[in-house]
Design a protein around this ligand. Structure first.
Ligand code: AMP
Length: 634
């Protein structure tokens, strides 16, 4: 028997043109697209080529007729104890002010604007202002430090940077300006303008001629009207950097028309959302969830979106549920790690508030373990919906499209292939498709990728093709670099990465980047970083390093000192998110005779698992040291 969703899915794969032509009606076009998908140059898909539209128009202006006075954006900070609500009309005014300021600073269509901001409303104004004038934003997570920021400035070559004096985490103020100044000093590219939002939290000395104060410029453009720039559907709307297996992060480039349609469609089919509903995603604008489901998705759907700065347990573990109660949140989106943090607190916090407005809780970013899913399901009494996707795809690959047809959740599985995604499981070595139930393969997607997915790697088409489309032998197919299996009913299970990317508390980190940072310490000769299973964060980074001068390292105090120095270096260069949980010192790293690092063996031993076949290993004593360090003795 076919189900409604099965038919819907089949149509999206068998008749993509008709399917996506229908979905395109969910957004406003200045010129309707002449063509639905131009796939004449695979794997580059040009969705809705010839159509013209604007993301900011679809997120803001188009709601003015029906819901000008409805709250559009509510920015809540438990760090500064503030709440600010903007109606669609007010958001429209603020975005135009920001757009006018960016134009005055010399930003034009196609230019990049780098946004390095905490979770304040101005960050969303800046994003929307960019897409309004056809400039590309490149948001860098506020938790990243100067080294990460510098490499992104260098790659994106922004004309302007928008930043703030400081962010705050757990009551601790993190000044941004010194990190930004340091990053600009390190970068070969120098932005011509820096726009600073002053929250009154930290000094932000302005460099004459380059730096500007937002409040002062805003005051000059209070009555600005800046029309939306109608851009081609294939005009890039933004780049967002993500970690891979090399030290150099990739700029994921997204289009305009396909992205707007994909988000509008997902709000309907996946989230079953209605205009006037309230969406609360606890992520950060520095991540893809922040782009798709804090800023653009909910606004395109005419919902109220909540931006939150703070922890889930401060001032107490009831804070999120108090927000749900106060704003009658209908849709909530978070990450498994946050739920595991809450799970360590008293469950009665959940019962203190009326959360009856919630329709469901969506969780993504990392594997959702069954006990965590069960706990939050019991506590909230609403469907808990896992969803699997990537920065590259912009919206879920696997989940349940409950807006099309309500389906049963199976804990441990993010669900079924979403419409538009021709998901296949592929045998890594032969490239053959695995069609049987419970066969483990690489999760791959046949081209064209649906609307909303990455167009290319920023300024590096070859890297896009080589990295994502050439890893499966004999086939041009997109690899997610995740292992998966599928059961007989089409529910998928994700079994971890096939590459050296790790996932700490839902944040994706490249072990190579961390290794490069550690290896820059003068006393580190060689280092390997692996992801090790962690009950709270899913995974943590663990480093095994060989010191150049190990003579004093017999002394525990000297080891601790060097470990502290290495961690500080990672903090300064990449940010605390990338800091390894431990830096262990060894005299040799496990390698093959040809010198290739045996990362999977190292990871297995660090996780106290059997490392498997070690016949290719150069020096068996290497793993013995690791065993002793992680406390397995002999
Ligand atoms: P990011 O691009 O930072 O969103 O990271 C994407 C990666 O996170 C995926 O390739 C997976 O490895 C992992 N991931 C995201 N969502 C899930 C999920 N629901 N279940 C399991 N792994 C996930």
């Amino acid at each position: 028997m076919t189900t409604r969703y099965a038919d819907f899915y089949r149509q999206s794969i068998d008749q993509p043109e008709a399917f996506w032509a229908e979905q395109a009606r969910l957004i406003d076009w200045q010129t309707p697209p002449a063509q639905i998908c131009d796939y004449s140059n695979p794997p580059f898909a040009r969705w809705y080529a010839g159509g013209t539209t604007n993301l900011c128009h679809n997120a803001v202006d188009r709601h003015l007729a029906d819901r000008a006075d409805q709250p559009a954006l509510v920015a809540i900070s438990t760090e500064t104890d503030s709440e600010r609500s903007y109606s669609f009309a007010e958001l429209h005014a603020e975005v135009q002010r920001m757009a006018a300021v960016l134009l005055a600073l010399g930003v034009t269509k196609g230019d990049r604007v780098l946004i390095y901001m905490p979770m304040v409303a101005e960050a969303a104004f800046a994003m929307l202002a960019c897409t309004r004038i056809g400039a590309l934003h490149s948001v860098v997570f506020g938790g990243f430090a100067s080294g990460s920021l510098a490499s992104r400035i260098e790659d994106a070559e922004p004309v302007a940077v928008v930043s703030a004096d400081a962010g705050s985490r757990g009551g601790k103020v993190v000044p941004y300006k010194p990190l930004l100044d340091e990053a600009i000093a390190q970068s070969r590219h120098k932005p011509q303008a820096v726009l600073m939002v002053n929250r009154g939290m930290a000094p932000m000395p302005l460099h004459p001629g380059r730096d500007h104060d937002w409040a002062a410029l805003r005051a000059q453009h209070l009555d600005a009207t800046v029309p939306c720039e109608w851009v081609d559907a294939t005009h890039p709307s933004y780049t967002l950097y993500t970690s891979g297996t090399t030290g150099k992060p990739k700029g994921v480039q997204r289009d305009t028309g396909g992205y707007a349609v994909a988000l509008a469609a997902s709000m309907q089919h996946i989230f079953d959302a209605k205009p006037g509903d309230t969406y609360f995603a606890t992520s950060d604008i520095g991540w893809v969830v922040g782009h798709s489901y804090i800023v653009y998705g909910p606004l395109i759907a005419g919902m109220t979106t909540i931006m939150y700065e703070g922890l889930p347990i401060r001032p107490d573990a009831g804070v999120w549920w108090s927000i749900v109660e106060k704003y009658r949140v209908t849709h909530m989106f978070s990450a498994p790690t946050a739920v595991r943090v809450l799970k360590k607190q008293d469950a009665s916090w959940l019962r203190k508030y009326d959360v009856s407005s919630l329709k469901a809780l969506w969780l993504a970013g990392e594997p959702l373990d069954e006990p965590t899913a069960q706990w939050i399901s019991d506590a909230l009494q609403v469907p808990i919906i896992d969803n699997y996707w990537q920065t590259e795809t912009g919206w879920p690959i696997l989940t349940l499209a409950n807006g099309v047809e309500p389906q049963t959740t199976r804990f441990g599985s993010p669900g079924k292939a979403m419409y538009g995604y021709a998901v296949k499981l592929i045998d890594e070595s032969t490239g053959e498709e695995l069609t049987g139930a419970h066969q483990k393969g690489v999760v791959a997607i046949e081209g064209p990728l649906p609307p909303g997915c990455m167009q290319t790697v920023w300024r590096d088409d070859q890297r896009f093709v080589n990295t994502y489309w050439k890893s499966i032998p004999g086939k041009l197919i997109y690899s997610t670099f995740d292992w998966g299996i599928r059961d007989a009913d089409g529910y998928h299970f994700i079994l971890g990465r096939t590459d050296d990317v790790i996932n700490v508390a839902g944040h994706r980190l490249g072990t190579r980047e961390i290794e490069e940072s550690i290896a820059s310490h003068p006393n580190i000769a060689e280092v390997a970083v692996v992801g090790v299973a962690d009950a709270l964060k899913g995974q943590v980074a663990m480093a095994f390093a060989v010191a150049r001068d190990a003579s004093g390292l017999g002394d525990p105090a000297a080891r601790l000192k060097l470990e502290g120095e290495v961690m500080q270096r990672v903090d300064q260069q990449l940010g605390a998110v990338a800091r390894p949980s431990r830096v262990h010192f060894v005299t040799v790293l496990p390698k093959t005779r040809s010198g290739k690092l045996l990362r999977r063996a190292l990871q297995a031993v660090a996780e106290r698992r059997d490392p498997g076949d070690l016949t290719t290993m150069e020096d068996p004593a290497a793993l013995q040291q690791v065993r002793e360090l992680v406390g397995q003795g002999g």
